[in-house]
Design a protein around this ligand. Structure first.
Ligand code: HEC
Ligand code: HEC
Length: 273
């Protein structure tokens, strides 16, 4: 009698140890096992990954992706806003309110018109998660031209080089610059790609060009007016030559502003205060 009861005690102890081990394992590998949620914990927005890789994308193609979004907190998660920096990328959530442990799907769509090469966009999700009130998801990919879009001259054939100046794209890429010149115009029409100070962003810096050479002025003027032949992301801005949004005077004012901006930036600054 005594012997069998001690055996069952040992068995019981083993069972308890195994159960505890399993529970710990679950906690340590939240992506592999159901998560244990503390009912009193604050809302917690989670995704399996904070980067969505769209991979190789043929130029001018519409691409999409989905990503699960979950609440691993005990309290109700309320999503206030989902936003993207460029109107070319649209992100939508199926549900804006998630109960403890619930999940929904984030749908992302990108209009890759005029894009070429590596792309990186950020999707911001604002919620009542107290630790991360703004959860950012990175969208990356590589846009490449198809054989049909390549020409002998090297200039890429795109359906509409002026797409940036039309439809919904116009609101951010044209409207703010209407009637402006110089620095104001640069900030409105160019800053989103080249950085508001011209130091570069998704497009290269414009201050590192050889501004001391007179031919640079003509080169810059030509690119602004006619666009970059090899990259449709730099479209032709001249109204007179291509039906773009800018007058010849506005283009001249941009060249002057950039030359001035480069002169104050390139000049050696020695005494930091
Ligand atoms: C809400 C304002 C807004 C709208 C609308 C908008 N854009 Fe943009 N766009 C931006 C900003 C800001 C950038 C700078 C890069 C960034 O932060 O996303 C940008 C960058 C770009 C670029 C540079 C390459 C890159 O990195 O993406 C292209 C091409 C572009 N937009 C195309 C478009 C097209 C085509 C449309 C219309 C379908 C459009 N944009 C509508 C704000 C906007
Ligand atoms: C939608 C994004 C976008 C906008 C808006 C844009 N650019 Fe660009 N720009 C680019 C890209 C991308 C390149 C690089 C092209 C290449 O690879 O040849 C470029 C190239 C240039 C160059 C040539 C730089 C060099 O190193 O050869 C100049 C000059 C320039 N842009 C001026 C401007 C000005 C001025 C504006 C505003 C009127 C403007 N850009 C608006 C994307 C943009």
């Amino acid at each position: 009698m005594k012997r069998s009861s001690s055996v069952s005690l040992v068995l019981l102890a083993l069972l308890v140890v195994t159960l505890c081990g399993l529970l710990l394992l679950f906690k340590w590998q939240p992506t592999l096992a159901p998560v244990l949620i503390d009912a009193y914990s604050p809302p917690k927005l989670t995704t399996p990954s904070t980067t969505v890789d769209l991979g190789l994308i043929p130029m001018e193609e519409h691409v999409g992706a989905t990503l699960p979004i979950s609440n691993h907190g005990g309290k109700l998660l309320t999503i206030k806003k989902v936003s993207t920096s460029c109107g070319c990328t649209i992100a939508k959530l199926k549900t804006m309110v998630l109960k403890a442990g619930a999940s929904t799907t984030l749908h992302v769509e990108m209009d890759t018109r005029l894009k070429l090469g590596p792309i990186q966009k950020t999707i911001d999700i604002d919620s009542n998660d107290p630790i991360r009130p703004r959860f950012s998801i990175k969208l990356i990919g590589q846009v490449h031209p198809t054989e049909k879009q390549k020409t002998h001259s090297g200039m890429l054939k795109v359906a509409d080089r002026l797409a940036l100046f039309k439809g919904t794209c116009k609101t951010c890429h044209v409207d703010k610059g209407v009637g402006k010149t110089g620095q104001e115009l640069f900030i409105a029409d160019c800053g989103m790609c080249h950085g508001v100070d011209g130091k570069g962003g998704v497009a290269p810096s414009l201050l590192k060009l050889a501004w001391h050479k007179p031919e640079t002025l003509a080169y810059v003027r030509g690119i602004i007016a006619n666009g970059a032949a090899m990259n449709p992301a730099m479209p032709p801005f001249s109204k007179q030559a291509h039906g773009g949004p800018l007058s010849e005077d506005q283009i001249d004012s941009l060249v002057n502003f950039l030359q001035y901006q480069a002169s104050i930036t390139q000049a050696p600054k020695k005494t930091p205060h």
